[in-house]
Design a protein around this ligand. Structure first.
Ligand SMILES: [Zn+2]
Length: 468
């Protein structure tokens, strides 16, 4: 019997918002740079009777940006209140975490449905091995993104998270992967047997999520293969061993007893507020894609690829504005950025922003191709070299150092043609006796002699004039 296996993965992703002060008090959020338990006050220490301040507006603004960028429907004109989510753990002095109801819902990012975006507070840091707790982090704002279980492989989940972190960098005001924690849900279907959903809590890197999914597929498959059952449960990721371990099963699942926090004024969003935030934020990927199609007349598919890397999309626009937005320049920019540059970046597993390349270098390269200083073939080689030496050399430097300029001079090409004819006696005879295909091998010779720097069309013309 052949094995049939499929999986579904959903994520709950938490990332810190980069505000100066905490979500419900004025304590600073630079918890990493200071002595333990120095950025604290009665509010973030959960002292009885301490009244939280209204939620930090900057944190709400950033959550709005995230929801908009993920194409969510905003929750307008309704009380967005903070709830108390009760559980007992040493890092949570109040005994409950303050977490908002959704700010945005029903979004979509890379084909994965976004269930909701909301805000919550980070707990402190408990070190079980030392028995110490540091409350500096307690109350730092977190934005949480919940997805539907739409990801179907560990690779897809990894790519989703990479793109999400890239989007966060682009938005700014967020602390990115270094502060990420992702609750990772996975269920599998093995030969028609459906396992229940297993949740792995607090995985703190993209690589970790990938490893968890890989591990859980094998573990759950083995349980089902032996006739066992996958029950709904929560597991912990033991990073050092790269395994997961059961924490609690459904029977003993936590009841968080959510209640609205009576001490915190609900947020009410209206279109004015969101419009003001929109002024501060970069264009959403969806809007950018539409605009690229309308403004530059490029194909939807090309727009999608360009916009999938927002920094690359910026490069595209800068290059187009440099050359002027006529159809020919746009087509050239699409070819060299969307196809060639993107191909080489993907091959080297690097984003444009980390590649060391600059927009000016891309302009220079496309210019050299447009004015025929170099051939298309050489252009491809130069992009590879540029990415390889991380932008340390400009295209012009590479062209000079490697002697890659096009042999444009007819008399120069003529010399190479003559040499090729001399070296290809058999092919020349073939050609002269009527085998027109034999010319290809002589053209090949010329290209070899010029190291690909001659224009093939010109070479054919000159060879024909000499042999016909
Ligand atoms: Zn405080």
């Amino acid at each position: 019997m052949s094995d049939e296996l499929s999986m579904k993965c959903g994520l709950e992703i938490h990332v810190q918002v980069d505000t100066n002060s905490k979500l419900f008090c004025m304590c600073p959020t630079n918890y990493k740079d200071v002595e333990p338990n120095t950025n604290v006050c009665p509010v973030c220490m959960g002292h009885p009777g301490a009244k939280p301040m209204p939620p930090n507006k900057e944190a709400i603004d950033v959550a709005i940006m995230v929801a908009k960028m993920l194409d969510c429907e905003m929750v307008y004109d309704k009380d967005i209140y903070f709830q108390r989510k009760h559980y007992n753990y040493p890092d949570l002095p109040s005994g409950y975490q303050k977490t908002s109801v959704p700010i945005g819902v029903k979004g979509n990012f890379l084909g994965v449905e976004i269930t909701e975006v909301h805000l919550e507070e980070d707990p402190g840091q408990y070190k079980p091995d030392l028995g110490t707790v540091d409350y500096n982090r307690s109350g730092t704002p977190l934005v949480e993104i919940v997805t539907e279980p739409d990801m179907k492989s560990p690779e897809e989940a990894r790519e989703f998270l990479r793109q999400l972190m890239r989007l966060f960098r682009y938005i700014g005001h967020l602390r990115g992967e270094g502060t990420m924690r992702a609750d990772t849900n996975i269920s599998i279907n093995y030969n028609g047997i459906q396992g229940k959903r297993v949740e792995v809590k607090n995985v703190n890197s993209i690589k970790g999520v990938f490893k968890v999914l890989k591990y859980e597929i094998i573990r759950q498959k083995n349980v089902l293969r032996r006739g066992g059952e996958i029950k709904m449960e929560t597991r912990a990721f033991m990073e050092a061993q790269m395994i997961t371990k059961s924490m609690r099963s459904k029977e003993t699942a936590d009841d968080y007893r959510h209640i609205p926090d009576p001490d915190i004024q609900p947020i009410v969003l209206d279109t004015n507020w969101v419009d003001v935030v929109k002024e501060r934020m970069p264009e959403t990927p969806i809007d950018k894609e539409k605009r690229f199609v309308e403004e530059y007349g490029i194909k939807e598919d090309d727009a999608k690829v360009l916009v999938s890397d927002l920094e690359l999309a910026d490069v595209f626009e800068k290059v187009v504005s440099h050359f002027g937005a006529d159809a020919k320049s746009i087509a050239l920019s699409v070819t060299w950025i969307r196809n060639e540059l993107k191909r080489v970046l993907t091959y080297n597993k690097v984003d444009f922003v980390d590649s060391g390349l600059t927009t000016e270098q891309i302009v220079e390269l496309i210019e050299s191709i447009a004015n025929k200083t170099i051939s298309q073939k050489i252009g491809k080689k130069i992009i590879e070299l540029m990415v390889e030496n991380k932008g340390a050399k400009s295209p012009k430097q590479i062209i000079e150092e490697e002697g890659l300029t096009v042999v444009g001079d007819d008399s120069e090409i003529e010399q190479f043609c003559e040499e090729a004819i001399k070296n290809s006696a058999v092919a020349v005879e073939d050609y002269k006796s009527g085998n027109s295909k034999a010319l290809n091998s002589i053209v090949g010779q010329v290209m070899k002699l010029t190291r690909g720097r001659a224009e093939p069309g010109k070479v054919v013309k000159i060879l024909k004039s000499k042999l016909d």
